[in-house]
Design a protein around this ligand. Structure first.
Ligand code: NAG
Length: 281
């Protein structure tokens, strides 16, 4: 009897816990192994876990209810990528923020290079992780080249030495932030509307892996690590305010590679600082 009771508790998976909870604002699924596993997710979490702070958020009254950078700047936001087996979330978020900002300004260089940051950014740690503030600093002092010049090759977890030339032998040209800026939850919406996407970090729990759609809030599972993604908008779904994010786990995960997380509650420490900087054509 006790055995069966015990077995049935174990059998309640994260997916069932989330989907059977009437207060849940998101839908969970069991992904096929090719999309994600717990081991693969752990390998991709390359941001610090920050101690949770008290953050106050009062929705600004000069911003629209919904904002999506892809609609604001059609064709200017580069698509979802896949880190594969490398903790390069930080390099994806950082290169996407600066790349999209050049693109929005009208001087896009094509996607900017994740590999350049993974192999060359000495302030961060390649496939072992990096951070928003440190990668922003690197983007001011050194900058980042294009994906075309240095394509992503660290999906297998190996990090080649920093290249001296583009993969075709031409000179490397890098693009920089004019300065590194940290935005607060209070001014991030205006910043996003004005200059484009920013680096967004938060703490990941096991249930995040199973996210399929809706507005994520942590419901079940253990703390797994820190993660960085790209903030591209916000909105309200069924009365629940959210941040809109572009992940780097390929288009088969979540809402075509994107997800929403509840806004205004510092969920998973996600409202403790946002990173990017101004760019000039
Ligand atoms: C080599 O790559 C660079 C950077 O992507 C590009 O600008 C250049 O046109 C390429 N050169 C040749 C000869 O393909």
């Amino acid at each position: 009897m006790l055995f069966f009771l015990f077995a049935s508790v174990i059998a309640e998976s994260i997916v069932e816990t989330v989907n059977n909870d009437p207060s849940s604002t998101w839908v969970a699924i069991e992904y096929p192994r090719e999309v994600i596993t717990l081991a693969k997710m752990r390998a991709m979490l390359g941001e610090e876990v920050l101690p949770l702070e008290d953050v106050e958020y009062v929705e600004p009254n000069n911003v629209p209810e919904n904002f999506d950078a892809r609609e604001q700047w059609p064709g200017k936001i580069y698509p979802v990528r896949d880190q594969a087996s490398c903790g390069s979330c930080w390099a994806h978020a950082a290169s996407e923020a600066i790349g999209n900002r050049f693109s929005i300004k009208g001087c896009g260089k094509g996607m900017l290079s994740v590999q350049d940051l993974v192999s060359c950014d000495k302030g961060d740690s390649g496939c072992n992780g990096g951070s928003g503030p440190l990668s922003s600093k690197w983007l001011v002092s050194n900058g980042v080249t294009t994906e075309e010049c240095l394509p992503y090759v660290s999906g297998n977890g190996r990090v080649p030495a920093c290249a001296a030339k583009c993969s075709n032998g031409s000179q490397i040209i890098r693009y920089k932030y004019e300065k590194a800026e940290t935005y607060t939850v209070q001014n991030i919406q205006e910043e996003l509307m004005k200059n484009g996407p920013v680096y967004f970090r938060f703490t990941v729990y096991s249930d995040f892996m199973n996210y399929k759609s809706g507005v994520y809030q942590h419901k079940s599972g253990y703390q797994e690590g820190g993660h960085a993604v790209l903030l591209i908008g916000w909105g309200v779904e069924d009365g629940v305010p959210y941040w809109l994010l572009q992940n780097s786990w390929g288009p088969a995960w979540g809402e075509k590679g994107h997800f929403k997380i509840i806004r205004g509650k510092n969920e998973c420490g996600c409202e403790q600082g946002f990173y990017a900087g101004p760019v000039k054509c």
